[in-house]
Design a protein around this ligand. Structure first.
Ligand SMILES: Cc1ncc(COP(=O)(O)OP(=O)(O)O)c(N)n1
Ligand SMILES: Cc1ncsc1CCOP(=O)(O)O
Ligand SMILES: [Mg+2]
Length: 248
């Protein structure tokens, strides 16, 4: 049985830290036009008003192309610009506070978190019912040269955690058709099928090493330089996406 993920899988582009907004917007348009499934707006040190104005334009571009739009660090900005999701790292506030604020605004935001190289954080993320969690840096990153190294075996370990966390919901009981409780459980399963968080890898990922991360068990790979610092962003995006198309 395949359990659906709550967050898309595949290529997850993250914006580079370019000061020239027009250049950045054009680069984002190329990736989105190529079919990029997920884009994260990661722009530090921008005053809130300007961040809103820029992020709203990018959100519209994503909407136009069917790209899921994630805002980094700040759920209030994500709510303000109508993003689909927010990414929270260890310094970006408390996840329960984020959930409470989102609910108070009567809105919905998918939530993703950083787990660095710690399987314990993945366990917490699963318990917090986040929509994805990310390990990184899987390879040295020029964007974050001081990031901890996240070895590839973490992806398999995380998959095992997910299997263990889902097993109470899975239809073991369906094996015994004479069990009436089992029938109720099974109906529940049909009405509300179980879902799981997406597992993301980040850090130093390029077209040359991405397959290692996917083969290790990542459902999604998050990429800045390997996508946006290339000569043909449209084609690079297509090439990354091919790696997922030929996954099995
Ligand atoms: C998909 C994804 N994974 C990890 C990060 C890193 O988040 P964080 O640790 O909060 O660091 P900054 O990106 O905010 O510098 C991310 N942004 N996206
Ligand atoms: C935000 C972040 N977190 C860990 S590594 C990283 C930067 C990823 O950028 P690149 O894909 O260029 O290595
Ligand atoms: Mg952050």
């Amino acid at each position: 049985m395949t359990i659906a993920t709550r967050f898309p899988t595949g290529l997850y582009g993250i914006t580079p830290d370019w000061s020239d907004f027009d250049r950045l917007y054009h680069a984002i348009e190329q990736a989105c036009a190529a079919g990029l499934p997920i884009l994260q707006w990661r722009r530090k040190h921008t005053p809130f008003e300007l961040a809103c104005e820029q992020a709203r334009r990018v959100a519209l571009c994503c909407q136009h192309h069917g790209t899921l739009f994630v805002v980094n660090d700040d759920w209030r900005l994500a709510l303000e610009v109508g993003a689909d999701a927010v990414h929270l790292g260890r310094d970006d506030g408390d996840i329960q506070e984020a959930k409470a604020d989102i609910a108070a605004a009567s809105k919905h935001l998918l939530i993703g978190v950083s787990c660095y190289n710690q399987i314990e954080l993945a366990q917490q993320a699963i318990a917090n019912e986040v929509d994805y969690f990310a390990f990184g840096a899987v390879f040295p990153s020029t964007v974050k040269p001081d990031a901890v190294h996240a070895p590839l075996h973490l992806f398999e370990e995380a998959k095992q955690l997910l299997t263990a966390s889902l097993s109470p919901q899975l239809p073991n009981s369906m094996l015994n058709a004479s069990d009436t409780t089992a029938t109720v459980d099974s109906l529940d399963m049909i009405l509300t099928p179980p879902t799981r968080p997406t597992i993301v890898g980040i850090g130093g990922i390029t077209l040359s090493n991405a397959k290692q991360v996917i083969d290790a068990g990542a459902d999604s790979i998050a990429v800045i330089s390997g996508l946006f610092e290339t000569a043909d962003i449209y084609q690079t995006c297509k090439d990354f996406m091919t790696l997922f198309a030929t996954k099995h």
